[in-house]
Design a protein. Structure first.
Length: 729
């Protein structure tokens, strides 16, 4: 039966219970600390340290209440330490309260001490080897479950509680015996030890809660006894001596406190001590320090108070009890598997511990060392990642990862959003830009003038790992042939007349670590193409006027509005350079192939332009928009940008109308379409007529008379044509 369990809702995996459990009977699973019954010695350490009150102790409260209510003979067995727990209540008042509550009778466990003293005296007299006292149930469990080799040394004698319970049961077999004491392990003794005879255990804390509202019954006397001092350290040995069972000096040792006890058991296990006959081991610093003592007195005050009480009366309560008070203790240990050295190293490596110096042994996981924790992981007691320094490192790493990712996402959105367009063609271009940004190879961007080649190149750079380094652009067509070399590669002092003092770094050097954008690469002279190729191949160059090679790390993005492959065929562009640049190819379609993006682009330019100039945007009328949509845009987006800016200034009101657009656009909008398919003459004329009428109607705000005038045809003809071509108004 499980004595201590975990309320998993409350458990916050602080590992305080693991840290304080002397036998590591806690298993962490899904970040919850579960108490393992097969290892637990019910010492209560985990209960004491749990700040979340997540540890629950098995309670007999309801059963006791039910028995009392039923009118059963319920006898309370008061542990010898009760006066210090109930202080300032006097012992007789405690008896009075318990009787008033409904207990039929109250016995003191000092009577049980009197029973076991002769048992110990006789056993020790005949002992062939050293003996370990078995009065403390935590010690019994500790040895049974964790020191199986020492079980035979446990005195096969009942505890005072067990002895008194057995005695009382023989006297009053139908009675219901309730031990009341400071100890959680007594619940374990009652439930899990052989022939315990005790029916229920209430801790002082529990009974005080139950007695809160109870007024004591008057009790004239209560039994006083020397063994009242039994719960003090060394109490058993002193009591034995007092009753005439003297153990030779140095042959009887009393050891209290979990650390000292475990240390002693380790020494005994290793057979490192000799000459001692009797070890009186107490898991706490005597029962006056039991986990549920719940006293207002300090440790030393408790000690003195009990000593005082024990002096008052020396009468022996139970004389010559009949019965057998021996008991058998059994091995309950369950071996845990042990990992090999290699397995330990593997587990340690999981939390980044590769060298001994990586093992911080900080104890945050509840284990004293990283190795101990690794073994616990192997044994299924600990979770592999419950390592605070590791988790912190990981969290920091993750935070950085997410920060970078977030920044990257933001950056990506910022730069990709800079390329306006929702048509399939431009979405395709954006995808290619993203891919090119991920790679570090050279890129060749092709497209008509003004389609957005440079904006694409910048986007690639700012989305790439080179984003923090410079983006340097040079227009190969705009620089005179004789200057291009020094512009690109830089020059040394005195390299030519007019060369700056100290020389100058060229664009290649300026772009070190970043991206060099070579615009209009198709216009690069052949001799420069050779030099550029050499640089691309060797990643080395010399400044003009110098022989010293210099190294830089750059990515080249080249752009051209000329068909480079054709230039190669014609021998005007070097094939080897073409292949070197064309690692990643992006072709940006002209604006007329993505007309649906025009309104979006207009909107964007209008907003940008007005924000820059602190002006109010104007509305582009349907007619003007229609014309803009139908125009073929040889100058592409740059041309559109200029047209919008110009129209803004021309329009006096809030509306941009057809008359604000350049003449070549309004006229070409109607005639600029190329013949794309061969039709009959009649069909072609009909199509042009239809278009003309639609545009005429739009331009006159659908006023048929005005439209007829504008087109120079009679009104009747217009009506007839509208009907014929099914034009909806
Ligand atoms: N998709 C787009 N969204 C918004 N603005 C764009 C877009 N494409 C191009 N632009 C704008 O159009 C103008 C011309 O673009 P860019 O200079 O990138 O074209 P280009 O192809 O490099 O031109 P050129 O061939 O003349 O060098 C720039 O102001 C640019 O910001």
């Amino acid at each position: 039966m499980q004595i201590v369990s975990t309320d998993k809702e409350k458990c916050k995996a602080c590992y305080a219970c693991v840290r304080n459990c002397p036998v590591k009977a806690i298993k962490i699973e899904d970040q919850k600390a579960e108490v393992l019954e097969e290892r637990c010695i019910a010492c209560g350490s985990c209960v004491r340290v749990c700040s979340q009150e997540a540890k629950k102790i098995y309670s007999f409260k309801d059963e006791v209440l039910a028995r009392i209510k039923k009118g059963d003979k319920v006898i309370g067995l008061l542990a010898p330490s009760y006066p210090v727990s109930f202080y300032p209540l006097k012992p007789e008042e405690v008896h009075g309260k318990l009787l008033a509550f409904g207990f039929s009778k109250i016995e003191e466990v000092t009577a049980g001490v009197e029973i076991i003293l002769p048992e110990y005296g006789n056993y020790l007299r005949e002992a062939k080897d050293y003996v370990i006292s078995s009065a403390c149930p935590a010690i019994v469990s500790l040895i049974e479950k964790h020191y199986p080799e020492l079980v035979n040394h446990l005195a096969p004698i009942k505890s005072p509680m067990g002895a008194l319970a057995k005695y009382l049961k023989t006297q009053e077999p139908k009675s219901f015996l309730v031990f009341i004491g400071p100890c959680i392990a007594k619940k374990n003794e009652a439930l899990n030890f052989n022939e315990s005879h005790i029916d229920a255990v209430l801790t002082f804390k529990e009974i005080k809660e139950m007695l809160k509202e109870v007024a004591p019954r008057r009790v004239s006397e209560y039994p006083r006894n020397f063994t009242q001092s039994f719960p003090l350290p060394g109490g058993l040995i002193k009591s034995l001596k007092h009753r005439g069972y003297e153990i030779e000096s140095q042959r009887g040792i009393s050891i209290e406190g979990q650390e000292q006890v475990i240390e002693t058991l380790e020494s005994l296990k290793e057979k490192k001590v000799s000459g001692v006959l009797f070890y009186d081991l107490l898991f706490c610093r005597g029962c006056i320090d039991g986990p549920e003592i719940d006293s207002v007195l300090t440790y030393i005050e408790r000690r003195q108070y009990l000593l005082e009480l024990s002096k008052e009366n020396k009468k022996i309560l139970v004389k010559k009890p009949v019965g057998n008070f021996r008991v058998k203790y059994t091995v309950k240990a369950r071996e845990l598997p042990l990992p090999t050295e290699e397995e330990i190293r593997e587990i340690l490596a999981y939390t980044d511990k590769f060298q001994p110096e990586d093992e911080l042994n900080c104890g945050a996981c509840g284990y004293n060392s990283c190795r101990e924790k690794a073994i616990a992981v192997y044994q299924g007691l600990a979770e592999i990642d419950m390592c605070l320094p590791f988790l912190l490192k990981k969290t920091r790493g993750e935070a950085e990862f997410y920060r970078n990712k977030y920044e990257m996402e933001n950056r990506k959105k910022y730069y990709l959003d800079g390329i306006t367009g929702q048509t399939e063609k431009i979405i395709e271009v954006k995808k290619l830009i993203e891919k090119a940004a991920l790679s570090d190879g050279n890129v060749l961007i092709q497209g008509e003038s003004g389609v957005g080649k440079e904006i694409a190149a910048r986007t690639i750079h700012y989305l790439s790992e080179r984003a923090e380094k410079p983006f340097v652009a040079i227009n190969c067509a705009a620089i005179p042939e004789n200057l291009l070399e020094s512009e690109l590669f830089g020059y040394e002092e005195g390299a030519f007349t007019g060369a700056k003092k100290g020389g100058k770094a060229g664009k290649i050097e300026q772009a070190d670590g970043g991206t060099l954008f070579l615009d209009e690469i198709g216009d690069m002279p052949l001799n420069m193409q050779v030099k550029l190729l050499r640089f691309i191949q060797n990643r080395e160059f010399e400044r003009v006027g110098s022989n010293a090679p210099r190294k830089v790390d750059i990515r080249i993005i080249a752009a051209t509005n000329q068909p480079l492959a054709k230039l190669v065929k014609e021998g005007r562009f070097r094939m080897d350079l073409y292949y070197r640049l064309n690692v990643f190819n992006i072709s940006i379609p002209p604006l007329r192939e993505r007309r649906d993006d025009i309104p979006l682009l207009i909107n964007r330019f209008m907003i940008e332009f007005c924000e820059r100039r602190k002006m109010v945007p104007k509305i582009v009328t349907r007619e003007a928009m229609s014309i803009l949509m139908n125009y073929s845009w040889p100058g592409n987006i740059r041309e559109l940008q200029n047209v919008i800016e110009r129209a803004y200034y021309l329009a006096e009101g809030n509306l941009i109308k057809p008359e604000h657009l350049p003449a070549q656009i309004t006229s070409k909008a109607l005639s600029g379409e190329k013949v794309t398919k061969i039709t009959t003459f009649k069909e072609a004329v009909a199509e042009v007529e239809k278009k003309l009428i639609i545009e005429g109607l739009k331009a006159t705000n659908y006023n048929k008379l005005a439209c007829a005038r504008l087109l120079g045809i009679p009104r009747a003809t217009l009506y007839q044509k509208i009907k014929e071509y099914g034009i909806k108004i």
